[in-house]
Ligand binder design. Structure first.
Ligand code: HEC
Ligand code: HEC
Length: 218
């Protein structure tokens, strides 16, 4: 039997080699940028495994059917990115209390780690594009953010100026919110400010409003 590849097959092989090398070179470039966002991930490291992170960060212990939290794996693919972000924010105080009971520290998440986790949960990252900007602005007042945060140098100094944040992407911002949630929640409590709850569209509108006025992220 003739084992030499046919013309069509040779073409397919060549295409495959080209695709693989194109993929490999993207892959070498992308982590350099990504590594700036997440110092924890060394340059050139393999993409993070969301399933492994779900276990390593402790989420699985509470969120995979048996723990005290809702089963996040059961709704794979059914959730929207901003709804997930809002749910994480809204439940952060109760989640933190649960962790404190078990003497588990709040798991910090780099943007890459959060990205891998949501991918594992079947949630597509949605950069805010058609958000309602006016709504975003009034929300900063309504939700009490400006009682602690300044906006472009004006206002309260308890938290960092919100225009100094990092708005390069929705995942970067949400990772920051996640990481600061426990210390922020503590301040709400100390100052007697009611902890504000968000719907998904509200959080998205807020991000969309802040992003263009934050010079550091452009
Ligand atoms: C020690 C247990 C514990 C750990 C660890 C934990 N959570 Fe939770 N989580 C909870 C509990 C309990 C709730 C429900 C809180 C409530 O009732 O307000 C919750 C709620 C949530 C919600 C809101 C779910 C919804 O829609 O109602 C999200 C999202 C979430 N957790 C994400 C995570 C992620 C991501 C991790 C890992 C990085 C994690 N949690 C780790 C206990 C935990
Ligand atoms: C009671 C005071 C207080 C209120 C109210 C408050 N924050 Fe914060 N916030 C803080 C503090 C303090 C930090 C820094 C926490 C830390 O270092 O972990 C912080 C950190 C942050 C960060 C991370 C830092 C950054 O610039 O990226 C974001 C994002 C943020 N807050 C958003 C908000 C939003 C949105 C609201 C309104 C819903 C809000 N905060 C309301 C006190 C507050």
């Amino acid at each position: 039997m003739d084992m030499r590849p046919t013309r069509g097959r040779r073409h397919r092989i060549r295409t495959a080699v080209l695709l693989v090398s194109a993929w490999a070179s993207c892959w070498l470039v992308v982590p350099v940028g990504a590594a700036r966002l997440a110092a924890a991930q060394p340059v050139g490291a393999a993409p993070l495994d969301g399933r492994a992170l779900f276990v390593d960060k402790g989420c699985a212990g509470c969120h995979a059917g048996k723990g005290p939290g809702p089963d996040l794996t059961a709704r794979r693919g059914a959730e929207n990115f901003w709804a997930f972000g809002a749910a994480a924010w809204n439940h952060a105080p109760a989640m933190r209390a649960q962790m404190a009971q078990g003497k588990v520290p709040w798991p910090s998440l780099s943007p890459d780690e959060l990205g891998a986790l949501v991918t594992f949960l079947g949630i597509a990252v949605e950069e805010a594009v058609d958000a309602n900007l006016t709504e975003g602005k009034s929300m900063l007042v309504r939700k009490g953010c400006l009682r602690c945060h300044a906006l472009a140098g004006e206002g309260a100094r308890i938290g960092p100026d919100l225009t100094r944040g990092d708005y390069r992407s929705a995942v970067v911002w949400l990772a920051r919110l996640w990481n600061h949630a426990p210390s922020m929640g503590e301040r709400f409590y100390q100052m007697g400010i009611p902890y504000p709850l968000f719907t998904g569209p509200e959080l998205r509108n807020l991000f969309a409003y802040l992003r263009p006025i934050a010079p550091a992220s452009r």
